[in-house]
Write a protein that binds this ligand. Structure first.
Ligand code: 4NP
Length: 178
């Protein structure tokens, strides 16, 4: 299967859902997605049942706040970027989370490739599914705004899919639930 299905995999524990977002440094893309998705989850009244986390496959920035440009882009759009501290991904994450969404193909290779619960964040992008969230680290401010736009529309799509996932029976194969 090239992409995760638009229906989310069933929860490991019925009634709750844990989503991990992964990039390289955990200071630009996955923190942006973390802040936006967490806010959308709260706005939908699902924050008592849905947990969002993020990490980077690289460890250079562990404990650091978000990249200043990513933080400024979020703040200008009305989000709070100040609570983020970078974490490093490890091999326990795919077993701990219901869904692991990575930003690009290199991240996907670094986490060991696709599974029923591991795929690209933009597999769930309603506009252009299956692409990468491009790394803005070495570019200009346009890159951060592009990332935010992709993240906002994809987070909306994830939140639309969450009620069905929360209502699904516990872990089975993808598609087992009606
Ligand atoms: P991110 O961006 O993976 O979106 O957080 C990067 C952050 C840091 C580095 C590369 C990408 N770096 O090489 O330090």
């Amino acid at each position: 299967m090239p992409h995760l299905p638009s229906r989310l995999p069933p929860p490991r524990t019925p009634g709750s859902y844990r989503i991990a977002l992964v990039c390289l440094g955990n200071i630009c893309r996955s923190p942006t997605a973390h802040v936006v998705l967490e806010r959308r989850v709260a706005d939908a009244g699902l924050d008592d049942r849905v947990e969002v986390a993020s990490s980077g496959t690289g460890g250079w920035h562990v404990g650091h706040p978000m990249d200043e440009r990513a933080a400024a882009t979020l703040a200008a759009a009305g989000y709070d970027p100040t609570r983020h501290r970078a974490r490093q991904y490890d091999a326990t994450w795919p077993e701990a989370y219901d869904l692991v969404l990575v930003m690009d193909e290199q991240n996907l290779a670094d986490v060991g490739g696709r599974t029923d619960r591991v795929g690209l964040f933009r597999d769930l992008d309603p506009v252009g599914p299956g692409g990468e969230v491009p790394d803005p680290y070495y570019g200009g401010s346009d890159g951060f705004e592009e990332v935010l736009a992709m993240v906002e529309r994809t987070s909306d799509a994830i939140v639309r899919a969450l009620p069905d996932a929360l209502a699904a029976a516990g872990a089975g194969r993808v598609g087992d639930h009606a």
